[in-house]
Write a protein that binds this ligand. Structure first.
Ligand SMILES: *Cc1c(COP(=O)(O)O)cnc(C)c1O
Length: 390
């Protein structure tokens, strides 16, 4: 027998957890370490922009933490995803399989390459792209040819699969890797939300051909704005660096650029913030696990289902998630908590409902639609790192 839980009880629980009567945000950045010192160092040295040691340091720290062979810092996560898709060979007119349950940045990156999304359902195991759904979509609507995987009814090339690790929970990667091998598709992981999340011991974003991370202000750690492309080889890393920094051929004074490049380089000022944030990532992750544990205990036995990490994964619990049993219950929860100054949010509207993607190819999206109507994100700032509580 499940007990009925009132929104007021959740408000009380969250207030008790954070020990405050003030407004409680969904996820606030916290600067409790060397952030000020490192940022000040860039200002005093005048190296705030495209030259300076923090960008290299930050990239090396991300490589060490994730196990990526080569990490390339960018201005934001969308730019990292754009560059990753470009490196994976996605081109104008191509089709790319992704999920409709994602933040719009995933699809914007595709759109600006001239590529088009195919929306496939998400899995109840991960809330991310469902391998079974991708497999059956390809079996029904695609064929393997000498020039690659072709979408039968439009004759367009399907070039890549882009799963997104929703709210930090890793997707079923072994299955997706096998599908991509079988169909000759690139696998680009949108790991924007999953820094600190591991799939069978490997960091998300390092298993596919390329991965993209975000350091936007609402992510687990922030550089103000920023992103990172995770590459599998030194060679791909070097080329990613080259194309994201105007494709300039090194020379003491001549300007020669050997291909159309992007100006996606992360400024040294932002990287300084990133280096300081990397020093607190491990304690943040521990704090977030404790917070998730306490939400899990709180919702246990109620008519709400708190989402925990899949068996095969260790999640960063970037944003905590609860699934309501009824849509009305979700609406009431959102209304009452926000009214009481405890910030909660529904999930993004599905991508195929947005005007620019409403004519995209869609597979069955029943589970995505269920999640869209029942999911609520809960306050998730790491506990003892709240502003002013250090
Ligand atoms: C945050 C995010 C991005 C990238 O966002 P930026 O704001 O450009 O850094 C991409 N995909 C998803 C799913 C995200 O949540």
């Amino acid at each position: 027998m499940k007990s009925e839980l009132k929104p007021e009880a959740l408000v009380e629980f969250v207030r008790e957890t954070y020990q405050t009567n003030k407004f409680i945000p969904l996820h606030a950045p916290t600067f409790a370490g060397n952030e000020k010192a490192y940022v000040l160092e860039t200002i005093e040295s005048t190296f705030v922009s495209s030259v300076g040691k923090f960008v290299d340091d930050f990239e090396r720290q991300i490589e060490t933490f994730t196990g990526s062979r080569k990490a390339v810092a960018t201005v934001n996560g969308t730019a990292a995803l754009h560059a990753a898709l470009y490196m994976a060979g996605v081109a104008r007119g191509d089709l790319v399989i992704t999920q409709a349950l994602t933040f719009v940045a995933t699809c914007n990156a595709l759109y600006h390459m001239g590529a088009e999304p195919i929306f496939v359902d998400v899995s109840p195991v991960s809330l991310g792209l469902c391998p079974k759904a991708v497999d059956s979509f390809l079996n029904e609507y695609a064929e393997r040819t000498d020039i690659g995987c072709i979408h039968k009814s439009t004759g367009k090339k399907i070039k890549a699969v882009v799963p997104m690790h929703t709210f930090g929970h890793p997707v079923e990667l072994d299955e997706l890797v096998a599908i991509c091998l079988k169909w000759n598709l690139a696998l680009v992981e949108d790991a924007a939300e999953s820094l600190g999340s591991f799939y069978k011991g490997k960091h998300t974003g390092t298993i596919g051909d390329f991965g993209a991370v975000s350091f936007n202000g609402n992510k687990i750690i922030t550089t103000g704005g920023g992103g990172m492309v995770l590459c599998k080889t030194q060679q791909q890393g070097a080329r990613t660096k080259h194309v994201t920094t105007t494709a300039k051929v090194p020379h003491p004074y001549e300007f020669f650029h050997d291909e159309p490049g992007f100006n996606y380089r992360m400024p040294n000022l932002n990287a300084a913030l990133g280096c300081a944030q990397m020093e607190v990532l491990e304690p943040y992750l521990k704090q977030k696990r404790l917070l998730a544990e306490s939400y899990k205990d709180f919702f246990n036995g109620t008519d709400f289902q708190f989402v925990t990490e899949p068996d095969y994964a260790q999640s960063n619990y970037w944003l905590n998630v609860v699934i309501c049993s009824e849509r009305e219950q979700r609406n009431e929860l959102l209304e009452k908590t926000n009214q009481a100054g405890v910030m909660t949010r529904p999930v993004w509207q599905l991508m195929h409902r947005l005007p620019m993607f409403e004519h995209s190819i869609c597979d069955d999206l029943s589970y995505s639609e269920f999640i869209e109507g029942h999911l609520v994100n809960l306050p998730s700032t790491p506990l003892s790192y709240q502003q002013g509580k250090q």
